[in-house]
Design a binder for this molecule. Sequence first.
Ligand SMILES: C[S@@+](CC[C@H](N)C(=O)[O-])C[C@H]1O[C@@H](n2cnc3c(N)ncnc32)[C@H](O)[C@@H]1O
Length: 380
Amino acid sequence: MTLARDTGDLPRSGRIGLRTRLARIAASPRFQSWSARMPILRRIARKEGDALFDLVQGFVASQVLYAVVELRLLHRLLDGPLAVSALAEGTGVPPARMARLAQASTALGLFRRSGDRYGLTTRGAALLGVPGLEQMIRHHDVLYRDLSDPLAFLRGETQTELADFWPYVFGAGGATDPSTTRTYSDLMAQSQGLVAEDTLQAVSFAGASHLLDVGGGSGAFAEAAARATPGLQVTLFDLPAVEGAARARLEKSDVGARIRFVPGSFRDDPLPKGVDAISLIRVLYDHEDDTVRALLSGVFDTLPPGGRLVVSEPMSGGTEPDRAGDVYFAFYCMAMRTGTVRSQREVADLMSEIGFSEIKTPRSRRPFITSVVMATKPAR
Ligand SMILES: C[S@@+](CC[C@H](N)C(=O)[O-])C[C@H]1O[C@@H](n2cnc3c(N)ncnc32)[C@H](O)[C@@H]1O
């Protein structure tokens, strides 16, 4: 068989590399059908085919997930398997269509089928055990609308709703009404436990006496850091609109006495002094490089020589692109229109530009939750 001829109207070029040559062969329909019949290649072709179809149907799968979450079907199955008629009860979904949803959820590994009844799989149950995941899925209706015309979106022609959803990102002034910031902080706080866990796995504040958590939201990370580090004082610095939610959390906290809230904007106000460590948890990816440079520079000036900086947020895989960082978070940030995901290397480069040293980029335990970069202000 002549595989090269099957590449149809693919552009021809005189000198192409081996990988491009192989890609052109794989793009040939005749090669695909031939490899599907060859015993050794059949398994690879099948695996590749499944992975490809997962991409093709990704949008439908995520809408199935959205419906399951919105109808609280996972919660209802926690009490045991149900028939379709029982699943449909009170949902407004006719039983025949609920049967489709149950089958789809089974195919996606969220439900298991036993005769005419559907129960919960470990994966379905695990979704309920990940703090913030349900809330995250439920607010995706906004993201789906923003991405409905991906070309217009990529060309920057879409007036994205997510940009309005998080108006506070534009700064302390303007449209920062407390109910919007509270919705946002709650959503963030739900997932903060996991981010805090992974961050504190990579970083220890032992030896530090006072941590400043800039953009700390309602204080979930401040609390976790204070709990993990006996005697550590923590200052939480965030926009005034977040103060109510933070105070409500800290009043109930067992370590609340070691945490104080200072309202302000890092765009307009000096950062609180007297600290020897600073954390920026899920803050930098909300902002463009110029804002990040100004913020890192303020952090540098605030720290004493030897002071530590910790940045933790979902990041791009850089030279090894990552599904969570380079697909989900990258497009989410584009929809917010204010920030961008960066790789550990890019964050490290920004830190080094400002003057930080001893920059560390530990391997992420769960890159879909967070990645960490640490640095130190050099001793004089
Ligand atoms: C993505 S949230 C992260 C919150 C928290 N660190 C967490 O991980 O849950 C970004 C935080 O930065 C705060 N923020 C945004 N602009 C700010 C500014 N100019 N000054 C201080 N905080 C700001 C927001 O209010 C919000 O709490």
